[in-house]
Design a binder for this molecule. Structure first.
Ligand SMILES: [Zn+2]
Length: 67
């Protein structure tokens, strides 16, 4: 029995096999252009302001370096 293409299929392999993140994307305060990782209702980078949840990619550099 042989299997092919199980690995090395491209960048997508980095997105599978991980546990779901415990944060959601969201903006804080008046800055709606920067999307943070929001965990327990707060941006993980410490940004302040009222949090709105978004279904967008994270754009905050500080949040991107935080797990
Ligand atoms: Zn952030």
């Amino acid at each position: 029995m042989e299997r092919q293409g199980a690995k090395g299929d491209g960048p997508r392999h980095a997105l599978v096999g991980n546990v779901p993140p415990d944060w959601i994307p969201g903006t804080a305060g008046d800055d709606v252009m920067t999307v943070h990782k929001v965990r327990d209702g707060r941006p993980v980078c410490g940004a302040t302001g009222e949090v709105d949840e978004w279904r967008r990619a994270i754009t905050c550099p500080a949040c991107l370096t935080t797990e």
